[in-house]
Design a binder for this molecule. Structure first.
Ligand code: HEM
Length: 393
């Protein structure tokens, strides 16, 4: 006999921000679908339940009029379903396919990365978050989107304000008003580039959407560029920081990686599994459904905690541990199903094949700063907030 969704009312947003993983472990054990009043969402925490949801988009659509993401960015492809979603995704595919990433984006990512390492190299110390990962991800994203007409610092604050608004489960008015200003600025920059890129064969995302055989409207382009700014900057930035944090905390593993006992791609995959940059994303129930032994009513908001799924003991033994050498298995940090991250190959290249190996190869004896520990935070989006390091200069 299925039971109703348990209510877990002793979990606060502050606790989730500080460290959600012990809470997820408890939920996976006691209440794998749980109504969290603090977040006003039914949180789904087990790997197999999330996979079941991602296999059935009729029962669990991505579109939800209550979506904070739609309020924050407009209605992008990420919150559409079926043919509407497929049509928009198709226009973006040429910019993101593995061949484009390898031949077109890789040299650009490498140039950005080397320029940044040239700048910090003589200093012998840095905060990887501010001094490398943020500008690396922001500049790469200017290229991918086609917004080469803006400053990387603008990309950074636009992205952060979109992320804050999308995760604004506490409905903070200051976060919404800051986001309105960011949207105004983004729209001006996007409109300029739409005019310049029409009719060109540039491989940027804006060009893909406006020059496709079945082109998108300018409103659709603006919403999709925002979802790419929101979803394409913080995540690679946080993955770079997590990889550096994980390896510098585990010098034995770092040594083995530098001896080529694991490839950098494994470092990348383990980093995003360990601390999934997008910790949770929403779906909705189109009708009443039963997940495991829990019955969920129709039109209920669901939060798929892929961060929790990536630590689910039934798939990842000792999952709280960073272990580059663990058995390779599919994880859920990039989601699954029709909305599987479009930027996966770009992220693997930017972070796993360019940024992280270049950092450890060029900055000799790169290590954690013994006087300043790394700081981490977040749950809807989670990652290091500061990664102080030193090297021999
Ligand atoms: C480590 C880096 C990244 C991670 C962990 C990540 C994670 C994710 C996840 C979990 C989703 C699914 C969201 C949902 O279904 O609601 C997603 C979708 C998406 N991501 Fe990423 N992402 C990363 C990097 C990027 C980059 C670099 C870009 C673009 C430059 C990007 C663009 C997108 C887009 C456009 C979608 C929506 C796809 C669709 O709805 O069909 N992502 N990403």
């Amino acid at each position: 006999m299925p039971r109703p969704v348990p209510v877990i009312d002793d979990v606060t947003l502050d606790q989730l921000f500080a460290d959600p993983y012990p809470i997820y472990a408890r939920l996976r054990r006691e209440a794998p679908v749980a109504w969290l009043p603090a977040a006003r969402i039914n949180l789904v925490t087990r790997f197999d339940d999330i996979m079941a949801i991602e296999r059935d988009h009729d029962a669990f659509p991505a579109n939800d009029p209550r979506s904070l993401q739609i309020k924050a960015m407009g209605h992008s492809l990420m919150r559409k379903d079926g043919a509407d979603h497929a049509r928009e995704r198709k226009t973006l595919e040429p910019s993101f396919r593995p061949g484009t990433v390898k031949n077109y984006w890789r040299p650009r990512f490498t140039a950005i990365c080397n320029g940044l390492i040239d700048e910090i190299g003589p200093r012998g110390e840095a905060d990887i978050f501010d001094d490398f990962a943020a500008p690396m991800a922001a500049r790469a994203l200017m290229e991918i989107t086609g917004l080469v007409n803006v400053d990387w610092q603008d990309m950074l604050w636009w992205s952060q304000s979109l992320i804050n608004a999308t995760g604004n489960y506490g409905d903070d008015a200051a976060i919404w008003s800051r986001n309105d200003e960011a949207r105004r600025q983004m729209d001006l920059a996007i409109n300029d580039r739409i005019r310049e890129l029409r009719g060109t064969d540039d491989l940027s995302a804006i060009s893909g959407m406006i020059n496709a055989e079945d082109p998108l409207s300018e409103d659709q382009v603006r919403a999709n560029v925002k979802v790419i700014i929101g979803g394409g900057l913080n995540e690679p930035r946080d993955a770079i920081c997590t990889a550096v944090h994980g390896l510098t905390q585990s010098p034995d593993q770092l040594e083995r990686v530098l001896r080529n006992e694991a490839d950098w791609r494994q470092v990348f995959e383990e980093s995003v599994r360990w601390i999934a940059p997008i910790g949770m994303y929403p779906r909705r129930t189109a009708r009443a459904v039963v997940l495991g032994d829990i019955e969920i009513g129709p039109n209920e908001p669901l939060g798929l905690s892929v961060a929790s799924a990536c630590h689910d003991e039934s798939h990842f033994p000792d999952g709280d541990r960073f272990d580059v050498f663990r058995e390779r298995k599919p994880h859920l940090a990039f989601g699954a199903g029709p909305h599987f991250c479009l930027g996966t190959w770009a992220a693997r290249m930017m972070v796993g094949e360019v940024a992280v190996p270049e950092l450890f190869t060029r900055l000799k004896n790169l290590r954690a700063d013994p006087d300043q520990p790394a700081r981490l935070g977040g749950w809807v989006f989670r990652g290091p907030l500061s990664v102080p390091v030193r090297w021999d200069s």
